[in-house]
Design a protein around this ligand. Structure first.
Ligand code: PMV
Length: 318
């Protein structure tokens, strides 16, 4: 049997501003994982067993654009296997779906690596990363590329998207992994409200079109925060990192992408001992994050739950 697993991801700084060419920071969330086990099967075909999504079927009974089928078909294509092997493929994940934690990219990374290892096909991290990006494009149109990168390398990523295309959703990006000076702890709180990222991105775009110089200067402030935050993470300055989260949250409020529920969880976290907190990702719903010292993790988690967080995850970034 061959096994592979991949973490989730969370954006720490720079969401929305990243669309306008400013840096974004994201880190792996190792507390939740996608896991793939592959074994040779006595039955003919490739049998996918994904109990979390209630899927138990042979590969060719799926439409070819099904996310899991797309990964397998594309992998078999690039690896040029001569005969389709008989396999049992079990896929499980503890990463909440559709909540900005990169569950799709994590399944693709784990599945690709498990297939490669089981079929003895040698694949580099760079190849896993670009393969996963291609799969993300099939399902999400124009993803920034940060999910596949953070999840493939399981490292913090500093990401600047190219602005070469007129739509500012350019091809190519500056992507750097970087080191964490001292491990730090984050509590993730989910509002339980699902809000499409596309809408908040569209609203920010309308603001920007109406008054470019005003919003460009907000994006510049966020860029400065992301830049300073990277240094703070590399040097282990947690007090400073917490303050930067608070400042970034205020700027996201200005951009109208926070919500009463996110603001409430952010202030609850700060009032119960977090060093700082902010919304994370597209906003309007979804997740917030709080930076905590390990001894405050439990208190902040219970305060968030009491304040209505649907789900909480405590994760250490190292
Ligand atoms: O909702 P998430 O976690 O996928 O984050 C979206 C981040 C944005 O900056 C708002 C959009 C983007 O494409 O980068």
């Amino acid at each position: 049997m061959t096994n592979s697993s991949a973490p989730g991801k969370i954006i720490l700084f720079g969401e929305h501003a990243v669309v306008y060419g400013r840096p974004e920071l994201a880190v792996p969330v190792t507390q939740v994982r996608a896991n793939v086990d592959i074994s040779d099967s006595a039955r003919t075909g490739m049998w996918i067993d994904a109990p979390d999504v209630n899927l138990h079927a042979e590969l060719n009974t799926h439409p070819s654009d099904h996310p899991l089928a797309a990964v397998i078909h594309n992998f078999l294509f690039i690896s040029r296997v001569s005969a389709f092997p008989n396999l049992g493929i079990k896929i499980t994940s503890t990463i909440p779906v559709a909540s900005g934690l990169g569950s799709g990219a994590a399944v693709t990374v784990a599945l690709t690596r498990a297939l490669a290892s089981h079929l003895k096909y040698s694949i580099t991290d760079e190849e896993v990363n670009s393969f996963t990006y291609e799969i993300e494009k099939l399902h999400h149109g124009t993803p920034s590329g940060i999910d596949n990168t953070v999840i493939t390398y399981a490292k913090p990523v500093y990401f600047v998207k190219s602005l070469s295309s007129p739509e500012r959703r350019g091809v190519g990006a500056e992507v750097e992994t970087f080191k964490v000076g001292k491990p730090f702890t984050i509590v993730i709180g989910d509002t339980g409200i699902s809000a499409p990222t596309k809408e908040s991105v569209g609203d920010v775009r309308r603001l920007w079109l109406n008054d470019k110089s005003r919003w460009e200067s907000v994006f510049d402030k966020i860029a400065e925060i992301s830049f300073t935050a990277r240094r703070a993470i590399e040097q282990g300055h947690w007090e400073m990192l917490g303050e930067l989260m608070n400042e970034n949250h205020q700027l996201l409020q200005k951009l109208t992408v926070s919500s009463p529920e996110l603001d409430n969880l952010v202030s609850v976290a700060c009032n119960s001992g977090a060093l700082g907190a902010k919304m994370s990702g597209g906003g309007r719903g979804g997740n917030m994050i709080a930076l905590v010292t390990p001894d405050r993790a439990e208190a902040v988690t219970s305060a968030l739950k009491e304040a209505g967080a649907r789900n909480t995850i405590v994760t250490q970034v190292s």
